[in-house]
Design a protein around this ligand. Structure first.
Ligand SMILES: [Zn+2]
Length: 487
């Protein structure tokens, strides 16, 4: 049967419209922030800053950038939190999918790792204050995505890299021969010391990643919408006691907007974001080998006021990004693709020696070599317990934004792992985002496990010792798949 002429016209014009849309899809971006500051000095069980917090220096936020290529969307959320639990991230993603239709594999929820904010777990019973904060946080994260999604507008996108090598220091050191022994989690002697003193140092046990990777979006008329960066620095600190603050991450977010010439009254407001790159073994404390110290000669010692150092680091990073920003190539449209895998790891079990040591400490048969190690015996015994789940599910993601790639890992990832990913990724540049979609402790390499040091101890490290190898291989494979897709 031949359709009546009017119907034929309608269906033809519909086909024509969708063809046009496929040929020139509009790229859009939107950004928003949600306040996630916990209550001041409430119940000490609300693990906010060094508890209890008595003051808020700057509010904490979930900062979100949503990208839309006309077919796929990607939501990038960075929370001013020490950690983000897998439960909170999964809970937020459920709400995000209901509210915006963006599926979980296209949503990255990460924590900055600022140490003056607290983390969130859902271990506490419902109705307890801490649980209430987790529920609040989950909702507010989801709302940051909804609000960014509501504000999607036509946009141009660009990406780039900058270097800031002066603010990242590997914090794990080999000490000079003849130094006193370094005692590990169960009084074992270790080869490296985490955060040692400033003298008697031989060489760092690993590299740092000085690269700042960033994505910038602006309206076709040139109004900045958002800039998201990632840098491999643990946090800065130097903040007054009992104070809630987002650390340098938020100061960068603000400063980069200022340097881009953002109008403070623009609507919607510009949103800056700074994610944690791979910084598991990298901090901001200037440590040099004795040899290097001798070469440098006496240095003036600067006394920093509270927050001054964090601001200094934020400003330096923002200035480096701005310099690279001036050379960017802008795209009217890029394609977005995302891949996600769940890797199941055997959880870390203590060795027989570790258990024997922990039982002896518990029974007061021995005193640990250092009082700071006193608390580790209970962790060893907890991890030896059959009540602990035998495996840990870990979400890893890769995203492609034009020729830029993003890799996410739910750990405090060692710098050398991030560098290996950047080197092996077929898509360059690669932005690494740590403590993303969950937080399962430190992620050292098997070689670093052999050296020992705080980050390798059971408790702060929770997964099988070769997990990093499997994660890097999986991510490289996923990046390979993404690189084959048409740009
Ligand atoms: Zn840490």
């Amino acid at each position: 049967m031949t359709p009546p002429p009017t119907l034929l016209v309608i269906s033809l014009s519909l086909a024509f419209t969708s063809l046009c849309a496929a040929e020139s899809p509009v790229f859009r971006a939107g950004a928003a922030t949600s306040n996630i500051t916990p209550p001041i000095g409430a119940d000490p069980r609300i693990r906010t800053s060094r508890p209890p917090a008595t003051h808020v220096h700057d509010e904490l936020h979930a900062r979100c950038l949503v990208l839309d290529d006309g077919q796929a969307k990607l939501a990038l959320v960075v929370c001013d939190m020490r950690h983000i639990s897998a439960e909170v991230a999964a809970g937020a993603k459920k709400i995000i999918e209901q509210m915006t239709g963006i599926p979980p594999q296209c949503v990255v929820i990460s924590a900055t790792h600022s140490h003056t904010t607290g983390g969130a777990k859902l271990e506490e019973r419902e109705g307890e204050p801490y649980y209430d904060f987790s529920a609040y946080l989950t909702r507010r994260i989801a709302e940051s995505v909804l609000r960014a999604h509501n504000q999607l507008e036509p946009a141009q996108i660009a990406w780039g890299t900058a270097e800031e090598p002066t603010q990242v220091f590997n914090r794990r050191w080999f000490l000079k021969p003849g130094s006193p022994p370094v005692y590990g989690a169960h009084d074992n002697v270790e080869l490296v010391d985490t955060n040692p003193g400033y003298k008697g140092l031989l060489k760092p046990a690993g590299p740092v990643d000085p690269q700042i990777t960033f994505i910038s979006v602006r309206s076709p008329s040139g109004k900045p919408i958002s800039l998201m960066a990632s840098y491999g620095l643990h946090y800065v600190g130097g903040i007054t006691d009992n104070t809630i603050s987002a650390d340098y991450f938020a100061m960068f977010a603000d400063r980069v907007g200022e340097l881009l010439g953002v109008d403070r009254h623009q609507d919607p407001p510009f949103v800056g974001l700074m994610a944690n790159g791979t910084s598991g073994d990298v901090n901001n404390l200037e440590r040099y080998s004795d040899e290097e110290l001798a070469k440098r000669g006496p240095q003036p010692k600067k006394k920093y006021q509270p927050f001054e150092k964090a601001r200094e680091v934020a400003n330096l990073c923002a200035e480096k990004v701005l310099a690279a920003h001036q050379k960017l190539v802008w795209h009217d449209h890029v394609k977005l693709t995302s891949l996600q895998r769940t890797l199941t790891f055997e959880r870390r079990y203590p060795t027989k020696e570790e258990v024997a040591w922990a039982e002896s400490v518990k029974a007061r048969r021995i005193k640990p070599m250092s009082t700071s190690r006193y608390s580790t015996y209970s962790t060893v015994l907890a991890f030896a317990s059959p009540d602990m789940p035998p495996t840990i599910d870990v979400i890893v993601q890769t995203h492609r934004i034009g020729d830029l790639a993003v890799a996410t890992m739910p750990f405090e990832v060692f710098a050398e792992i991030g560098l290996e990913l950047k080197q092996r990724s077929p898509l360059k540049p690669l932005m690494n985002i740590s403590i993303a979609n969950g937080a399962h402790g430190y992620l050292p390499t098997p070689a670093q496990h052999k050296l020992g040091g705080y980050e390798t101890w059971i408790g702060v490290n929770k997964v099988q010792l070769d997990a990093s190898v499997k994660i890097v291989d999986a991510l490289v494979e996923m990046l390979g798949e993404l690189s084959k897709a048409k740009p």
